[in-house]
Design a protein around this ligand. Structure first.
Ligand SMILES: *[C@@H]1O[C@H](CO)[C@@H](O)[C@H](O)[C@H]1NC(C)=O
Length: 430
């Protein structure tokens, strides 16, 4: 009797979604056949140029400073070297899932699941999204590798609430999520975001939104974070473009951990990355995040990243500059900065680091927080204020996510292709 009650209840909740799932299964075979592995290369009848977004490539490097800006293809980028030189990458998309590094390296995304292709750029229905839309894909139960059929811009009407074991893979097309809301990863795991431009977002108001196959809920509205990682783990954000949002670009809060943010291009934004939302969020003490091989471009102000409590490895990134500071934190986070290029702005804000007083009674001991810089390159007067345990101390092992540090003189080369890659949808070196 109880079972029957539960069943009826689920039936009411899930009724229309059952219909969607049926569509999904019907469409699925056709879509798969029109895509990826079963499709011979010569059937692609168009050759499209996929330009990168317009963005400054002139680095603010001082006369006499030399930065190698050659291609990163097989030049020592530990992630890219794992898959980019495979000319059959479009037929072997899921190989990417095995190329992660750092604390988020175990994120499987939709590996070993079917491939789903977004063919419809609309986002008209937040409860019963149409088959072919991005929202329809991210709501499916179980692993799903989500690709795109063409260049497109998706303006999300409200938060895109993702489910576990999903990859959003923009390779081959110029895929933008802009003009509307961003992505919410709440209490989930195993998500890979790759090769998508997420920019010019807006805060959104309250709405009724489906969060998975069986659950539809009232949401209070979103701040417009590009990627909001909330109580989630095993998340990898690679080769994306982020700019111009109303709040954070990639935020990880409320007990999120095992996250890697790599090979992304960030520009024109105030609060770039917040790791840990509040002084009293002690669940973030175990947080481990890797920020590696990113290009932090023009017009970024602060929080690159800003850390509360947890352990963060900032590895081999290229900072063109910043407005206030690059790496900041409070509540005694452990930060290991290795092999980054820090090019200070021309203003007086030369310090990379900022210890932030947000009411923590231990703030007066902030110079004993364990913040370490090793092998970083400082340009235009940039400097890092280290503190806490001496280099080599065991305390830093919680914040060191990988031993594959690239020598700093190669960081220009390995971050040269940060952001979405211009890969042909056909086979060929990406
Ligand atoms: C769907 O979401 C609800 C609410 O967040 C959650 O309790 C439930 O476990 C989820 N179900 C699945 C299948 O993920």
């Amino acid at each position: 009797m109880e079972r029957l009650g539960l069943f009826l209840c689920l039936l009411v909740l899930a009724g229309s979604f059952d219909e969607m799932s049926a569509h999904f299964r019907d469409d699925y075979d056709t879509i798969i056949q029109a895509y990826a592995s079963t499709k011979p290369v010569e059937d692609w009848d168009v050759t499209i140029q996929y330009p990168k977004p317009a963005r400054a490539r002139e680095y603010n490097i001082q006369p006499g400073e030399e930065v190698d800006v050659g291609s990163s293809r097989d030049k020592g980028n530990p992630i890219d070297d794992c898959w980019r030189s495979d000319p059959n990458w479009p037929y072997n998309r899921q190989a990417l899932a095995y190329c992660g590094v750092g604390f988020g390296a175990k994120a499987m995304g939709g590996a070993n699941g079917p491939i789903y292709v977004v063919t419809d750029d609309t986002d008209a229905d937040l409860v019963n999204p149409a088959p072919g839309t991005l929202r329809y894909g991210v709501l499916q139960d179980g692993p799903l590798w989500i690709g795109f059929s063409r260049d497109m811009n998706i303006k999300l009407q409200n938060e895109l609430i993702m489910t576990s074991f999903k990859t959003i893979d923009g390779r081959g097309f110029s895929v933008h999520i802009s003009g509307g809301a961003g992505l919410t990863l709440q209490y989930i795991s195993n998500v890979i975001l790759h090769g998508v431009h997420i920019h010019d977002l807006k805060a959104t108001g309250p709405a009724v939104i489906r969060s998975n196959v069986t659950h539809v809920g009232h949401r209070k509205g979103s701040d417009g974070d590009a990627v909001n990682i909330f109580g989630s783990r095993d998340i990898w954000v690679d080769h994306c473009y982020f700019a111009r949002g109303p709040d954070g670009l990639v935020d990880a809060v409320m007990g999120s951990t095992a996250v890697t943010v790599s090979n992304n291009y960030f520009e024109q934004h105030d609060k770039v990355m917040l790791f840990g939302a509040h002084p009293y969020d002690t669940m973030d003490q175990g947080m481990q995040i890797t920020v590696a091989f990113n290009h932090f471009g023009r017009g970024l102000i602060e929080r690159i990243p800003r850390v509360r409590h947890g352990n963060v490895h900032v590895l081999n990134n290229f900072y063109e500059g910043w407005g206030m500071y690059a790496i900041g934190g409070s509540e005694g986070p452990t930060i290991v900065s290795e092999g980054n290029i820090f090019n200070a702005p021309d203003t007086n804000d030369k310090q990379v680091t900022k210890r932030i007083d947000d009411g923590d009674p231990d703030y007066k001991q902030c110079l004993s927080w364990n913040w370490l810089s090793e092998g970083d390159l400082f340009l235009n007067g940039a400097y890092f204020v280290s503190g806490g345990a001496a280099p080599g101390s065991y305390v830093y092992s919680k914040a060191v996510s990988t031993a594959s540090r690239v020598p700093v003189d190669k960081v220009g080369a390995i971050t040269r292709d940060a952001g979405p890659l211009a890969c042909s949808p056909n086979a060929g070196i990406c």
